[in-house]
Design a binder for this molecule. Structure first.
Ligand SMILES: [Zn+2]
Length: 499
């Protein structure tokens, strides 16, 4: 009898011990990084378990697979909303914020910050955040380069730098992101990176940021990117306890340091997103401890600082969208309308190189090749269409049958991308040598699809609608200002006639 009682007591004791465990099991899940105290990055397997747990414990989260890497790892999109995440169809007119995390696999802090943040949103009781989850759409691609992360490499397995691939879309990773951008039309896209440790003398800030500098980006989208970076993110990060500055332009003490990090490459996410009517923002957390905070020498503490600074960039993006969401929605709609009109009127110069602040770049003066009268369309052969068909679908570029090939009108939402992909002059980035068409006879500019969406190709031509020509608008004001500034340093923007 005595033995049985002991057994019973032991059972009771075991139950008593397990009760707190049960309670803990209902707590929000932790990333691998959090569980190990910041001593090691979350592994791929830990991430899968974490996402599964968040998904199953919260109605606010939906997780879908948007692609598969060469090494067969899934690329995830995590949607967050209250009481449940919206569908893309229900997101029309609603501000959509997308965070793309750790495209470069050896820059892991952004991924950790995104994983933590999407979990925190899923379980938050903060009234402001809950309201934001009702009023807006929050999207995360928490690991944009799963193979690169697993292998601790910048590129994917094939050696492609994903963050140069957002125009041509060769890699499955860039294709996955392009699909999200096509389906959700996010108003703002924040691309999370890290810098260093090789550049401690070039930059000394804990966070660097940059906007879409490509010259073909709509002026308002560009200007909002600058405003977000300089007037919101910078002071917001100061409030969060981090120093920050512009990437590609640096001052170390009294010495101005310039380099080409801030170029206009149309394959870089912030530029490509701008060309797709989204405010594309790059953020980089410093891998090296801030020289101004020399006490941060403990590895785990430094890793936690890197992650925490990434978390702060998300916090600051949310506060901007709360304040300016309506304006962001209007700006995107305006960008699309303006680019369609420019394409129809053949009024916008096409820039194959250059950036908004050429004068800040030391060394090579970039050659900006612009076109005074851009084509109204490009003609492709059937063979060429086969080569670019998948890219067209992902960028929502529409075509019209023409003979044995197709015509790609510039009078569509994807106008900024079309010459970059199809013009023989864009030697570095063109996908095929399209044939520029100078005169579309008034019918080459069909009314645009107001809601860009994937369409089977070729697309039947809509009924031609005569449209009055729009006045040529010339270069945007910010470009004129940059060009004027460049005169002083002889780094001029050269505008050459196309033919
Ligand atoms: Zn990077």
């Amino acid at each position: 009898m005595r033995a049985s009682r002991s057994l019973l007591l032991a059972v009771v004791a075991t139950i008593a011990l397990t009760v707190p465990f049960s309670a803990q099991a209902e707590d929000p899940p932790q990333t691998g990084f959090e569980q190990n105290g910041g001593t090691a990055w979350t592994t791929h397997e830990e991430e899968l378990a974490f996402l599964t747990a968040v998904d199953s414990m919260s109605d606010r989260v939906a997780i879908e697979v948007i692609g598969t890497t060469d090494e067969a790892r899934p690329i995830h999109l995590v949607r967050v909303g209250d009481p449940a995440p919206r569908t893309a169809a229900a997101a029309a007119g609603v501000p959509v914020e997308l965070h793309v995390c750790s495209q470069h696999g050896n820059e892991p802090a952004g991924r950790e910050g995104c994983l933590q943040y999407l979990r925190d949103l899923a379980f938050t009781t903060d009234e402001t955040l809950v309201q934001q989850l009702r009023d807006t759409v929050l999207l995360f691609v928490p690991t944009a380069n799963p193979d690169g992360r697993a292998n601790n490499s910048r590129t994917n397995t094939a050696g492609t730098d994903i963050n140069r691939d957002h125009l041509n879309l060769v890699s499955p990773e860039a294709q996955a992101i392009a699909q999200v951008v096509r389906d959700w039309s996010p108003e703002i896209v924040v691309d999370h990176h890290e810098y260093g440790p090789g550049q401690p003398l070039v930059y000394d800030d804990e966070v660097l940021y940059l906007w879409p500098r490509n010259l073909n980006v709509d002026e308002e989208i560009h200007d909002i990117g600058v405003e977000f970076s300089k007037d919101h993110l910078n002071p917001c990060l100061t409030d969060e306890g981090y120093t920050s500055d512009e990437y590609g332009l640096s001052a170390v003490g009294p010495i101005d340091v310039t380099q080409t990090a801030g170029d206009g490459d149309e394959g870089i996410a912030r530029n490509a997103m701008g060309l797709r009517h989204s405010v594309g923002i790059l953020v980089e957390s410093a891998v090296s401890p801030n020289p101004a905070k020399p006490t941060e020498v403990i590895a785990a503490e430094n890793m936690k600082r890197r992650v925490a600074s990434q978390v702060s960039t998300i916090t600051c993006t949310l506060s901007y969208v709360r304040e300016h969401g309506t304006r962001l929605v209007a700006a995107q709609a305006g960008s699309i309308t303006r680019k369609i009109a420019e394409g129809r009127a053949q009024s916008a110069p096409v820039y194959f190189q250059g950036q908004d602040e050429d004068t800040t770049v030391a060394g090579d003066a970039p050659e900006t090749i612009a076109d005074d009268t851009p084509p109204c369309a490009y003609d492709l052969t059937g063979e060429q269409l086969d080569e670019v068909g998948e890219t067209f679908l992902l960028h929502a570029i529409t075509t019209q049958p023409r003979g044995t090939g197709v015509r790609v009108t510039m009078a569509q939402a994807a106008e900024p991308l079309i010459p970059l992909l199809l013009d023989p002059q864009n030697e570095d980035r063109k996908a095929v040598d399209g044939t520029p068409v100078d005169d579309c006879g008034g019918s080459g500019a069909p009314p645009p699809d107001p809601q860009p969406s994937p369409q089977p190709r070729p697309v039947p031509p809509p009924a031609p609608v005569p449209t009055p020509p729009l006045p040529a608008t010339g270069a945007p004001a910010w470009l004129a200002a940059a060009a004027a500034a460049s005169l002083a340093t002889a780094v001029g923007l050269r505008r050459l006639r196309r033919r």
